[in-house]
Design a protein around this ligand. Structure first.
Ligand code: TLP
Length: 345
């Protein structure tokens, strides 16, 4: 049991009893030999779900993004990404170390950008410039506030990328949330992309794991790089079983998490010293500012923690909250009461 109402992230969930049962009963083998039947089943299921030739189970969202970037690029290449993008800002500088690439950040509107911006970011063919190789799109966009990236923009970006010979990768850590909020299927969202990474350990509630999907040839490259970074796991079927369970049972329920986040945002809007636009909350993530209070976000977070509510300060006056499987609607009511009490003082 988590003694806190923990709104820091949707990564904090514990497996449900049903998920633990599926894990306990999993058939397993040595996945480094390609012989774990449950990992193989999960990979086949994911490839089918996304309409791609192949899939690979990896340890984390970071590993999924970084191995994909490596498989698409050559050292010295430019990777076009939104300025607040996770792969550039929150993955330890991995792309510089593992792939030797540089990022070309473009400013988005809550994480969303358009084809014209991509076109303007692509370098001309001249020895002075790096080669623009890859566009990364994050869906939903974490720092944008859980924003759903519109499929129309993606399709137009694809046209530009195809014309100019660039590849496309989706950081779909929370693609499931985008699918539930928009009614667009994983397959439709994945179609314009050469590769997609999708996390099992966020809204889906698994303890570990992410998936990468793409062509057979691409996944073979990612597999080799997974080996290089020591990401080959042996009886990983215990973890893959949680993934299969979650894909079957935990996608549609995310609609509830979106309602919890909306309810929380609406409640926060009525609290003194809190600044929030509840209409901007599209999925399970919300951000609010504490700018009219005298305290920093870290101080507010520390005061809330003392009262049993955990939130994630992300900047001087900015706090993130994320709804998930392990917080109930009544936890949201309680969190709002606690926040109102702390912000009054
Ligand atoms: N995001 C985490 C951590 O940064 C703390 C979070 O709590 O939101 N892409 C996106 C869009 C992500 O939000 C994350 C994780 C990742 C990739 C990386 O996944 P992991 O943590 O599994 O490596």
């Amino acid at each position: 049991m988590n003694p806190f109402i923990d709104l820091r992230s949707d990564t904090v969930t514990r497996p449900t009893p049903e998920m633990r049962k599926a894990m306990f009963e999993a058939l397993v083998g040595d996945d480094v030999f390609g012989e774990d039947p449950t990992v193989n089943a999960l990979q086949e299921k994911a490839a089918h779900l996304f309409g791609k030739e192949a899939a690979l189970f990896v340890a984390s969202g970071t590993m999924a993004n970084q191995l994909s970037i490596k498989a698409h690029t050559q050292p010295g290449d430019d990777v076009i990404i939104e300025a607040g993008g996770h792969a550039m800002n929150f993955e330890g500088g991995a792309s510089a170390v593992l792939s030797g690439v540089q990022f070309f950040p473009i400013p988005g509107n809550r994480g969303v950008f358009d084809a014209e911006q991509v076109e303007a970011a692509i370098r001309v063919d001249d020895v002075h410039f790096p080669v623009s190789r890859l566009v990364v799109i994050e869906n939903t966009h974490n720092r944008g506030g859980g924003t759903v990236f519109p499929l129309k923009n993606i399709q137009r970006i694809r046209e530009v990328a195809a014309k100019r010979g660039l590849r496309m990768h989706m950081d779909g850590a929370r693609l499931w949330n985008a699918c539930v909020a928009s009614g667009i299927s994983p397959r439709e969202y994945a179609a314009p992309f050469d590769s997609v990474s999708a996390c099992l350990s966020k809204g889906l509630g698994c303890p570990v794991g992410s998936l990468v999907v793409g062509s057979k040839e691409f996944i073979k490259r990612v597999h080799r790089f997974r080996k290089m970074v020591g990401g080959g796991m042996r009886q990983a079927g215990f973890l893959a079983a949680a993934g299969i369970y979650a894909l079957d049972h935990h996608i549609n329920r995310m609609e509830e998490d979106h309602r919890k986040a909306k309810k929380m945002a609406q409640g926060l809007a009525g609290i003194k010293n809190v600044i929030i636009q509840p209409e901007e909350v599209e999925t399970n993530i919300l951000f609010f500012d504490v700018s009219s209070s005298e305290r920093t976000a870290h101080e507010v977070a520390a005061a809330l923690r003392e009262k049993g509510v955990r939130v994630h300060p992300t900047a001087k006056i900015r706090i993130r909250c994320v709804a998930h499987l392990d917080v109930s609607f009544s936890d949201i009511d309680r969190a709002l009461e606690v926040i109102a009490g702390v912000m009054k003082r």
